[in-house]
Design a protein around this ligand. Structure first.
Ligand SMILES: Nc1ncnc2c1ncn2[C@@H]1O[C@H](COP(=O)(O)OP(=O)(O)OP(=O)(O)O)[C@@H](O)[C@H]1O
Ligand SMILES: Nc1ccn([C@@H]2O[C@H](COP(=O)(O)O)[C@@H](O)[C@H]2O)c(=O)n1
Length: 419
């Protein structure tokens, strides 16, 4: 849509902005023009901005580690505003079709003026790495975005642009940044992220040491390697332990046991750092797979499919329709990661999964808590699992009894791995 129009006319700002107003209908998009435009699709903008004060916030910072930390600070600051007083929506800024141009941000709509909100906006205005804009309508009901900066006397408005509602881009903009921000396709890319953050996260050095000591073999041994994947509580632990007994197999997991003490530290880091940690975990597990598969069959509880599927589903907002299309390069297996012989995806219906989660009564991980609240997210994770290729996963209905699931899976392994 807008790309040709925007880049050909010098008066247009080349960035497009997308606001996630409604998870089901998808974002509202707008472009900016230096001069006043009367054909603005005013109704759409009125619905978006409403009557009260409206601000947007984006982090602008070259260093990717610092950027991810400022993203976190921005999110935390905004979430300190009482939810009765405002509506916060995710708001992206991007160059259509330009890889790595996607910048995450937020739109803040105020329901009423209050000191807490003013204080938060004022604090964010003083953070150099955060760009703050406000949205106002002039006497002709034309909408303007104005850039705000702090000054001794208060807030100063610098550049202003006319806001024009536009159509949606061909691909959901968050897809532009998935590669090497959310999903890593080589050991080196993930390793570089933890190297870059080792000053601010000293535990990174321990992860890098374990990664350096990993066994780096490009082939598995003569025995089959079977990965069991699926959402939480689909029965992976139950099945992998039974398979270990039934097949006299080695049982491994990703992240590997050696990373378990470090995992909580990385689970509370921004996506860039957290995903790099899990990516390195897969390479360490790969070394263990290479060694064990020369001695016996190997069963692996979660591997690269989990790392990629959760990361893609989290990065892409909205519903399944926003996921990168099947065959997209984001679903490709990393060339330098040892592939298994077979990947089985355990599936159960959401109600049964809830029953199992409740029956287990264990504390849920942060992302699993999100799964409960977010049906769309669960659907996206499962769909992303199914779209990953080379090797693609084989879906297993895991709703029958544990023994029936085991028998079904043993038969599948026998047929697929020619045992
Ligand atoms: N086939 C089954 N039928 C009924 N209940 C099952 C079945 N398999 C597992 N369960 C029960 O469901 C719960 C979750 O199973 P399990 O811990 O094996 O899942 P999981 O996929 O490993 O979860 P997580 O990813 O969180 O570790 C447990 O209480 C387990 O006893
Ligand atoms: N290979 C893996 C394994 C896990 N993850 C992330 O961990 C969460 C699920 O793990 P559980 O131990 O709770 O089952 C999930 O949020 C994944 O993001 C991963 O990325 N890669």
């Amino acid at each position: 849509m807008a790309r040709r129009m925007i880049l050909n006319l010098g008066q247009w700002c080349s960035r497009i902005f997308g606001v996630e107003c409604d998870k089901r209908t998808g974002p509202v998009y707008f472009a900016l023009h230096k001069d006043k435009q009367t054909d603005q699709r005013g109704n759409e903008l009125r619905q978006l901005f409403g009557d009260g004060k409206v601000y947007s916030f984006h982090v602008r910072c070259k260093d990717r580690i610092q950027r991810s930390k400022f993203d976190e600070l921005l999110q935390n600051k905004l979430s300190s505003i009482p939810s009765d007083d405002c509506t916060i929506m995710e708001m992206s800024s991007f160059l259509p079709s330009v890889q790595q141009s996607f910048i995450k941000g937020f739109l803040l709509k105020l329901n009423s003026d209050n000191t807490i909100t003013e204080k938060v906006v004022d604090e964010l205005l003083r953070v150099d790495a955060v760009s703050v804009c406000s949205y106002v309508q002039d006497r002709d009901e034309v909408w303007w975005q104005q850039h705000l900066s702090p000054s001794e006397e208060g807030t100063v408005m610098s550049t202003r642009y006319c806001v024009i509602a536009t159509g949606a881009p061909e691909l959901h903009p968050s897809i532009l940044n998935i590669i090497n921000n959310d999903v890593f396709y080589s050991f080196e890319e993930a390793y570089n992220v933890l190297t870059e953050c080792s000053d601010i996260i000293p535990e990174s050095k321990a992860v890098l040491d374990l990664a350096d000591q990993r066994i780096d073999l490009s082939e598995t041994g003569k025995f089959p390697v079977i990965v069991i994947e699926g959402l939480d509580a689909t029965g992976k632990t139950t099945l992998t332990e039974s398979l270990k007994e039934a097949m006299n197999a080695a049982l491994l997991r990703s992240p590997p046991h050696c990373l378990a003490p470090l995992r909580p530290r990385f689970d509370c880091e921004p996506p860039l750092i957290r995903r790099a940690f899990y990516a390195l975990g897969n390479y360490i597990t790969a070394g263990q797979i290479a060694r064990e598969s020369s001695k016996a069959p190997v069963i692996v509880d979660r591997y690269w499919h989990s790392t990629a599927a959760y990361a893609i589903a989290t990065a892409v907002s909205g519903g399944v329709g926003n996921l990168p299309a099947s065959r997209s390069e984001v679903y490709r297996w990393p060339k330098d990661l040892l592939p298994p012989s077979l990947v089985l995806l355990l599936t159960i219906d959401p109600e049964e999964r809830q029953r199992r989660l409740r029956g287990r009564g264990l504390e849920q991980t942060r992302e699993e808590a999100e799964l409960e609240a977010n049906h769309l997210f669960r659907q996206k994770v499962e769909e992303a699992y199914r779209r990953i290729e080379d090797p693609a996963c084989v879906t297993v209905d895991a709703s029958p009894s544990p023994d029936k699931v085991l028998q079904q899976v043993l038969l599948l392994i026998k047929n697929k791995c020619h045992l």
